[in-house]
Design a protein around this ligand. Sequence first.
Ligand SMILES: Cc1cc2nc3c(=O)[nH]c(=O)nc-3n(C[C@H](O)[C@H](O)[C@H](O)COP(=O)(O)O)c2cc1C
Length: 196
Amino acid sequence: MKREEEAVISQYAPFLDLMRKRRSIRRFEPRSVPPSMVEILLKAFDSAPLAGGDRGRRCLMISDREVIRLLAEKGQQAYLAFLSSIESPFLKEAMDNYGQNFFWFSEAPLIAAAVVRCPPSFLDTFCGPEAALFWGGHLSAAMGIENLLLMAPALGLGGCCLGGPLIVRTALAELLNFGPREELSLIAALGFSSES
Ligand SMILES: Cc1cc2nc3c(=O)[nH]c(=O)nc-3n(C[C@H](O)[C@H](O)[C@H](O)COP(=O)(O)O)c2cc1C
């Protein structure tokens, strides 16, 4: 390997280390995430690429324990109602197993909820569900959440992406104050890890 190449690689190794350090953390210490760290996480979220430069993406930081508990509780209730509507015992059991990791976040100190503004409806009219792929709103939200999860270990925090709860996205959205045409895209639970 050439010397300049080695120099470049050694310079970027700490960044790769940081990325490799990221793993899903699902248990947290009770202490809150300081507002200064919440600000940094938001900056990380906002620096992710954005499809079409559309400013419709934002990240809602929820640190109110009561709201977090309510989100997990209402989400679980809506999910159980959905589960009981499944007639096939086989499919119900499969769904139940799959859903075991959806609503564990009630004691998380911080929830980052990525919110996107839905695309103009003409896209749906012409392209149907395929529109979601090239519209890129949900993909942009996921990139923002990934940035935030990569920043977390640099702040001594841990976190976990939560896509499962979106199965009851509408029930969760009812508890949050969304603007017109806004939709919940992806959630992450964050805090100081209590995992060994
Ligand atoms: C889009 C997405 C959705 C996820 N949804 C959930 C979830 O609902 N519940 C959960 O506990 N983990 C969820 N995870 C975390 C994955 O289970 C986890 O990333 C995977 O097991 C790999 O482990 P690692 O993150 O420690 O590398 C999700 C991850 C991604 C990327």
